[in-house]
Design a protein around this ligand. Structure first.
Ligand code: KG4
Ligand code: ZN
Length: 335
C-alpha cells in the first residue's frame, strides 16, 4: 500500500505532545506543550497539576499537530498513544483522547510503551533498525536492552534504585540549581573539574547488568553537606563535573559489557539523559573503540515528545499488534 501516517499522542509525564509521523521515519509535524513552568516552583512534577494541564492542553495540541501536518484524521492510517509507564492520571488523558479520536475516525489504536518510544526516537534521527543494544536513560528509568531483529526486547539490566535522570535532578536540587536538573548540571559541569573528586561507583557483581545510583547520590550529598559546613568556598562546578563523570562512567561500563557479551554491532542511547553531552561523548568513544555504530536521537527528540511514539508505533503497525477500545493507562509495566 501507500505510506503509513500515524497520529501519535504522549502524555505520560509533564509534556502534552502530539505528532504525525510517516513510516516511522519522517516527522510531518510535532507539537510539545511543556508544563515545566507549572512544576518548576515545586522542584518536580506534581501528578495532580500534570493531569489537569493535560486535560486543558490535549485537544489544542492534537489540533495543532494535524493542522501543521495539513492532514485530517481520515487521511491517516492509525492513532498511537503512550499507555504507560507514567503518571496514571496523566496517561488516562492521552489514552482517552486517542480512543475517542480512533472511534470517531474509525482508525485502529496502537499502544506504545514509553521506553520503546524513547528507543525508536533514534530511528527518526538516524534510520537505525534492530538488532541493537539500547541504553535508555530517563527521569524514571534506566534500562539496558537487547533488541532483536524483529523488535523483540530482552531486558539485560535496569536500575535497582534511582533512575539516572532522577539522580541528576536530586543533585541539582541539592546544589540549588533548579528543575529539571540534568541540563543545569551539565552547564555547571562544563565549568568544573571532573577529576576534582572520585565519587564511588556501585559494584553489583560481575555478572549483573543492573545499575545502582543510590550510593553515588549519598556520597555526593554527604560531600556537599561537609563542604557547606567548612569555611572553604563551595566548589559547585567541580562537584557537578565529578558527579557527572561518575554517572557516565557507570552507564558506559555496563553498556560496554553488554555489547561485548552479545556481539551486537549497534548501540542506541536514548531518553532524556541521552541529551547529556558527556554521555554522548563517552558513548561515541566506546563505539569507536569497539568499531560499532552509535545511534542517538537529535537533542530535541531525547526528552519526551510524540514523534518518538509515532516511530515506535510503526513497528507495531507493521506487525499488526493493535490495541482496541478496552485499552487503558498503566502506571507500571515492563517493556
Ligand atoms: O525522558 P524524559 O524527558 O522524561 C522521562 O521519561 O523521564 O527525561 C527527563 C530527564 C530529567 O531527569 C532530566 O533532568 C534529564 O532527563 N535530562 C538530562 C539532560 N537533559 C534532560 N540529564 C542530563 N543531561 C542533560 N543534558
Ligand atoms: Zn520519557
Amino acid at each position: 500500500g501507500g505510506p503509513t501516517e500515524i497520529l501519535a499522542i504522549e502524555s505520560s509525564c509533564d509534556e502534552t505532545a502530539a505528532a504525525v509521523v510517516r513510516d516511522g521515519r519522517v516527522i510531518i509535524s510535532s507539537v510539545v506543550a511543556s508544563q515545566m513552568s507549572s512544576h518548576e516552583r515545586f522542584g518536580g512534577v506534581v501528578p495532580e497539576v500534570a493531569s489537569r494541564a493535560h486535560v486543558e492542553q490535549i485537544s489544542l495540541v492534537v489540533d495543532e499537530a494535524l493542522q501543521k501536518a495539513d492532514r485530517t484524521l481520515s487521511e491517516l492510517q492509525a492513532i498511537a498513544v503512550t499507555s504507560g509507564p507514567g503518571l496514571i492520571g496523566a496517561l488516562f488523558v492521552g489514552v482517552t483522547a486517542a480512543k475517542t479520536l480512533a472511534q470517531v475516525a474509525g482508525l485502529p489504536i496502537i499502544d506504545v510503551h514509553h521506553l520503546a518510544g524513547h528507543m525508536y526516537a533514534a530511528a527518526l534521527s538516524d534510520g537505525v533498525e534492530p538488532p541493537f543494544i539500547a541504553l535508555i536513560v530517563s527521569g524514571g528509568h534506566t534500562e539496558l536492552l537487547q533488541v532483536n531483529a524483529g523488535g523483540e526486547i530482552i531486558r539485560l539490566g535496569k536500575t535497582r534504585d534511582d533512575a539516572a535522570g532522577e539522580v541528576f535532578d536530586k543533585i541539582a536540587r541539592a546544589l540549588e540549581l533548579g528543575y529539571p536538573g540534568g541540563p543545569l548540571i551539565q552547564q555547571l559541569a562544563s565549568q568544573g573539574d571532573p577529576e576534582y573528586f572520585d565519587f564511588p561507583q556501585a559494584k553489583l557483581g560481575d555478572h549483573s547488568f543492573d545499575f545502582s545510583f543510590s550510593g553515588l547520590k549519598s556520597a555526593v550529598l554527604l560531600h556537599l553537606d561537609r563542604a557547606k559546613k567548612s569555611s572553604q568556598p563551595l566548589r559547585k562546578a567541580d562537584i557537578a563535573a565529578s558527579f557527572q563523570r561518575a554517572v557516565v562512567a557507570a552507564l558506559i561500563a555496563k553498556t560496554r559489557e553488554a555489547l561485548l557479551q552479545t556481539g551486537l554491532d549497534t548501540l542506541v542511547v536514548a531518553g532524556g539523559v541521552a541529551a547529556n553531552l558527556a554521555l554522548r561523548d563517552a558513548a561515541k568513544s566506546l563505539c569507536e573503540e569497539l568499531g560499532i555504530r552509535l545511534a542517538v536521537p537529535d537533542f530535541w527528540l531525547c526528552t519526551d515528545n510524540a514523534a518518538m511514539i509515532g516511530a515506535a508505533a510503526y513497528m507495531r503497525y507493521k506487525q499488526r499488534k493493535l490495541a482496541d477500545l478496552t485499552l487503558t493507562g498503566r502506571a507500571e509495566f515492563s517493556i
